[in-house]
Design a protein around this ligand. Sequence first.
Ligand code: NBP
Length: 469
Amino acid sequence: GTFDIGMIGLAVMGRSLALNMADKGFRVAGYNRSREVTEAMVKEYPHDNFTPFYDLREFVEALARPRKVMLMIKAGRAVDAVIGQLTELLEEGDIILDGGNSFFEDTRRRYEALKEKGIRYFGVGISGGEEGARRGPSIMPGGEKEAYEQIRPVLEKIAAYAEGEPCCTYIGPDGAGHYVKMVHNGIEYADMQLIAEAYILLKSVAGYTNAELGDIFEEWNQGELKSYLIGITADIFREKDDFEAGELLDYIVDSAAQKGTGRWASIESMKQGVDISMITAACNARILSNHTEMRKKAAGLLSGPEPVKAENRELFKNQVRDALYAAKIAAYAQGFDLMRDASKEYGWNLDLGKIASIFRAGCIIQAVFLNDITEAYRKNPELDNLMLDEFFRSRLEECQGGLRHAAAEGIRSGLPLPAMTEALSYFDTFRGGYTGANLIQAQRDCFGAHKFERTDREGTFHHDWGKRN
Ligand code: NBP
């Protein structure tokens, strides 16, 4: 065969990636389980470099050796089913890439199973949605390092570019790419939750209108908060409704869905024993938002305070801005801490600075902020936590007052601010603030003889409780 690469799964993502590859001059073979999807694609998006196939064997035979097949299908059982069909047809040295949102443990299992058959397997995290896939996503490939050279030309060419560099880098062995994608999505949840909290603060405490909010976010998007999410948020505030007067946003039900990859990060963090409370808070916020009937009922039964009114709106706006920035630092510190821990746990040797650099364009969390993270790890690849980097330390110093003030006003107003308040707890615990854990340790020893350490003597102690006045 002569085709550079084959794409299995021609739904939104597979189609967009295949056309992106074709645009870059690669000859792409395409296959989809249901024939109609393929037919519709070639009818609507004909491309000289894209050829459809309707038989899996013919599709595989059309590929140049070593064959490269990318799967862009629904994560889960479908991936195992297609791998099963492919292994009948592929030969030693051929490469399968799974570009979907597969769970990293599945990727580890598939990697090991295919290794025995001599097939090289890559779990490739891809972020950027349809537009990213079509024009240039952020790409996180994990698999065998030597085999990466075979797929590197395609992946680096179709990726987004930031300051002349492709937003694609070899992440690590087996499930590393999908793990990093999972954490990316977790961070995305936290980012979105923080923006939502800034929104309700500005709206409820300072009374800003949608038009004003649009201007505020546009202004924020000129500075250090500049990011894809802040940019689309500015536009969302201004979007007019099709049916009624005013903006669309006010007609959207207050309930946010999720597909699960953010939640995976939260579950993994618990297993690993890493605190990513802000990502977990963002997942929980979506979960509780879904209980619309219960919330409607409770609204009639449980009361809270009236929103306080900001005395100085301009000042409050700047405090919210600082709150958003400081909390964002904490969220990324948590996400990168999770990757750092996984890197040790699985022996992946993750380059966190490089990972930050490929998030700079193409993906949903792309932001100028990621330049500072890249720089922090460039200066110190062994950095324990982002909040300890000199630059972020000084920004936290400057912005924590805003975070404390904005969160306090929100709490006094009865506004739920799960991510911002977790950011503060994380920061205050992390910086050595007094947590009361001495009391917990005393309780543990009191009921379970679990022992404790003393502040003034070496060793561990157990105390016979009951010596009271
Ligand atoms: P979907 O996740 O909606 O999956 C649809 C595709 O899976 C179709 O091609 C479908 O074939 C195929 N498929 C299914 Br379902 N079961 C199959 C089976 N047993 N055997 C073979 N093919 C099967 O598509 P998508 O939204 O394009 O996403 C693809 C992957 O990319 C997913 O893992 C997704 O999580 C991930 N992802 C999506 C985005 C995004 O923004 N949408 C972003 C990043 C990553 P059919 O036509 O025959 O039903």
